[in-house]
Design a protein around this ligand. Structure first.
Ligand SMILES: *[C@@H]1O[C@H](CO)[C@@H](O)[C@H](O)[C@H]1NC(C)=O
Ligand SMILES: *[C@@H]1O[C@H](CO)[C@@H](O)[C@H](O)[C@H]1NC(C)=O
Ligand SMILES: *[C@@H]1O[C@H](CO)[C@@H](O)[C@H](O)[C@H]1NC(C)=O
Ligand SMILES: *[C@@H]1O[C@H](CO)[C@@H](O)[C@H](O)[C@H]1NC(C)=O
Ligand SMILES: *[C@@H]1O[C@H](CO)[C@@H](O)[C@H](O)[C@H]1NC(C)=O
Length: 345
């Protein structure tokens, strides 16, 4: 795999003394061109298929209008700036019980982002659970993801969505490192907040209750995604086997981030905010691409503190394996987190 080696090299180049995290662009332009070529072809096929399949009948009129208004954007590559500038604020009135057919009722804006950006903070062996907050303070958000198989254009059932993001002051649980908050805090290794795994249902959808991520140096606000295909559940509610069919990161509109960052305790952070447009992973996932790795969202109440509902569709190549691209910082055992001795990080 072209970018497996690049990822390992890039990670070993991280400066441990630096308080910020700079995850280098690990994706070669050659690999990306190939990928985008394949992805574009398969997206066209998917759009056609879902159209015929009538997935969206229940919201047909609305869907038609949306497709018409956005057609060019879905089928022609955009630049990063166009995708970053686009608003993902939905006018839908949603609640946590809004039917999936209402949310995912337009042509899939598949991610199919170039893979390989797992970052330095993945913890392997997390628990399968939907509420991953563990009491962390912050703006509650429901993350709703729909996974579509780009080879068949069908929703992917029984995929395991592995999610993680930093807390409101920019620190990940489960990782002890100088580039992750207080590097002397060994107790953070045993923490599991804002990490978890959920299985997709027959519509290819899985959901998490978490809090909106804060930010840390050098990166735009983001949520990490790993998709596990053909994995099995162990008696202790963790995963084994299968393969990683997708690795990526998801983002939020800049104006939404600004609103969240004004609230407590996000507003106690003194770390500079890196904007979406300046983030290297946003650039890799959007440049010259039809993919849109931004959550669509709606507010759950009158104020931002009432919470956010965010949803996104991801196109997954289930036959691809990215196992060799995903290095992990630590793994979770019944006695807590253990640093990965093999990790170049
Ligand atoms: C994106 O937004 C910025 C700031 O409003 C503006 O200067 C720029 O022209 C926009 N670019 C595109 C491609 O829409
Ligand atoms: C974020 O996590 C770190 C590490 O566990 C913790 O020290 C910090 O207090 C947390 N932030 C908030 C706002 O609770
Ligand atoms: C953060 O927000 C809280 C709640 O609105 C406010 O009381 C506090 O003064 C703010 N702190 C900073 C540093 O802006
Ligand atoms: C899906 O992955 C397989 C196996 O790596 C690869 O041969 C194929 O080209 C990929 N398809 C797309 C559309 O990227
Ligand atoms: C779950 O069980 C597996 C297999 O015995 C073990 O390796 C892992 O550490 C356990 N994880 C937890 C969180 O208990």
């Amino acid at each position: 795999m072209i970018f497996a080696k690049a990822t390992v090299l890039a990670l070993s180049g991280l400066s441990l003394a630096h308080p910020g995290v700079h995850e280098p662009n690990s994706y070669s332009s050659m690999a990306k061109r190939h990928f985008l070529h394949d992805a574009r072809r398969s997206l066209d096929l998917c759009a056609d298929h879902l159209e015929k399949r009538g997935v969206n009948e229940r919201a047909q009129a609305r869907r038609a209008a949306i497709i018409e208004a956005n057609k060019r954007h879905y089928f022609f590559p955009r630049d990063t700036e166009t995708t970053v500038n686009k608003t993902h604020h939905s006018s839908l009135k949603v609640s946590p019980n809004t039917p999936e057919s209402e949310l995912f009722s337009k042509n899939p804006v598949c991610i199919l982002a170039p893979e390989g950006e797992v970052g330095p903070f993945w913890v392997k062996g997390e628990l399968i659970r939907s509420d991953v907050r563990d009491g962390e303070p912050g703006i509650p958000i429901i993350l709703d993801g729909q996974f579509i198989d780009i080879n068949t254009c069908e929703p992917i059932k029984d995929l395991y969505w592995d999610v993680w993001n930093c807390n409101s002051t920019g620190v990940y649980s489960g990782v002890q490192s100088d580039s992750n908050g207080n590097g002397d805090d060994a107790s953070n290794l045993d923490k599991t907040f804002l990490r978890g795994i959920q299985k997709t249902d027959s519509d290819g959808v899985a959901q998490f209750k978490t809090i909106f991520p804060g930010h840390y140096s050098g990166r735009a606000t983001h949520v990490h995604v790993i998709a596990h295909t053909d994995a099995h559940v162990l008696p202790n509610n963790t995963l084994t086997g299968g393969h990683v069919s997708h690795v990526g990161q998801l983002f939020f509109d800049q104006d939404l981030i600004t609103m969240v960052e004004a609230t407590y305790p996000y507003n106690t952070s003194t770390v500079d905010i890196t904007k979406n447009i300046d983030d290297h992973v946003v650039q890799v996932e959007t440049a010259d691409s039809t993919s849109d790795p931004f959550f669509e969202y709606a507010l759950l109440g009158d104020s931002i503190e009432d919470g956010i509902f965010g949803w996104v569709t991801l196109g997954i190549n289930t036959t691809a394996s990215h196992d060799s691209d995903v290095s992990y910082a630590a793994f979770l055992t019944k006695n807590g987190g253990v640093k990965n001795g093999d990790s170049s990080f």
